[in-house]
Design a protein around this ligand. Structure first.
Ligand code: SAM
Length: 271
């Protein structure tokens, strides 16, 4: 199967995976994910010989992944009995990067065709379950053990869902568990509204379906939910420290554009 057999939003997993694969070739990588390089080679064998195939412009997505990893590690260090819901997982190798103890039960969820690719490209492991489902069909939540702390990670997913679907997901997860963390990103309303003309999204036949100018206000969706904090992405110190000089200059230039710095907000909540 090639990436061309993925449809619509499923194809958006490819540029993020490529960014992680290329990061792994840096002398001092941000994420250092060998699985990404292997999976990308299986997905698109000639990805690095195509036009812009080795451009490190996607490194901001790697910074985003690192922020999610760091938050996840710190939560799991204090909650070794947690259940992890990694939603819209794509071909991301987070479970192998974090390598949680056997007391953690980890669930990776994505559409069936993506899960099929995961089964072929990435190894199985103990206490690790794949769920082939749309995240919006909340029947999948019935199969998750309750009564334990939960960590919900949705990287690169929320903007592709409608606000109603995100709200139902968030409130259902909070209702289902005694305590937990939710970490994901949002885009502002302007980015959602203009996404149908965004050439990079059009390339993948995808568009955004929701946007939030004040993501912290999502805590109002549930009385037990609280906003915790936000991680930097386009202006993250790691990006400026580790990206090749040419890419750093490009990002510095892009940051002069109004709105870019906060065009993706990496946020976390607790309950
Ligand atoms: C931008 S990719 C991010 C993949 C991965 N989280 C990462 O950061 O590498 C978006 C992913 O969300 C998945 N996705 C989008 N809408 C979904 C839905 N309704 N249910 C399940 N997965 C969905 C896509 O199939 C794709 O794998």
């Amino acid at each position: 199967m090639k990436d061309t057999e993925l449809v619509g939003v499923q194809k958006t997993l490819s540029p993020v995976l490529r960014a992680k694969a290329l990061d792994n070739r840096l002398p001092d990588p941000i994420l250092g994910d060998e699985y990404a390089e292997q999976a990308m080679r299986r997905l698109v064998p000639d990805y690095d010989t195509r036009r812009f195939g080795t451009s490190q412009m996607g490194l901001a997505a790697v910074v985003r992944a690192k922020a999610h990893d760091d938050w996840a590690r710190s939560f799991l260090a204090g909650h070794p009995d947690a259940v992890v819901l990694h939603l819209g997982c794509g071909l991301d190798a987070r479970v192998y990067r974090i390598d949680p103890p056997g007391t953690v039960d980890w669930y990776d969820l994505d559409y069936p065709s993506v899960i099929e690719l995961r089964k072929r490209f990435l190894p199985a492991r103990e206490h690790y379950t794949l769920i082939a489902s749309s995240v919006t069909d909340l029947a999948w939540l019935d199969g998750i053990p309750r009564g334990r702390p939960v960590l919900m990670i949705a990287e690169g997913l929320v903007p592709y869902l409608t606000e109603a679907a995100v709200r139902e997901l968030v409130t259902s997860v909070v209702d289902a568990f005694p305590t937990g963390r939710l970490q994901f990103e949002t885009v502002p309303v302007w980015a959602w509204r203009t996404s149908k003309w965004d050439p990079s999204l059009r390339h993948y036949d995808a568009q955004f379906h929701c946007g939030f100018n004040d993501p912290a206000a999502l805590a109002d969706w549930h009385p037990r939910l609280e906003f915790v904090d936000e991680a930097p992405m386009f202006d993250a110190p790691e990006l400026m420290a580790k990206a090749p000089a040419r890419i750093r200059r490009l990002y510095r230039f892009m940051l002069l554009l109004p709105g870019l710095k906060r065009s993706t907000r990496i946020v976390r909540f607790r309950f």
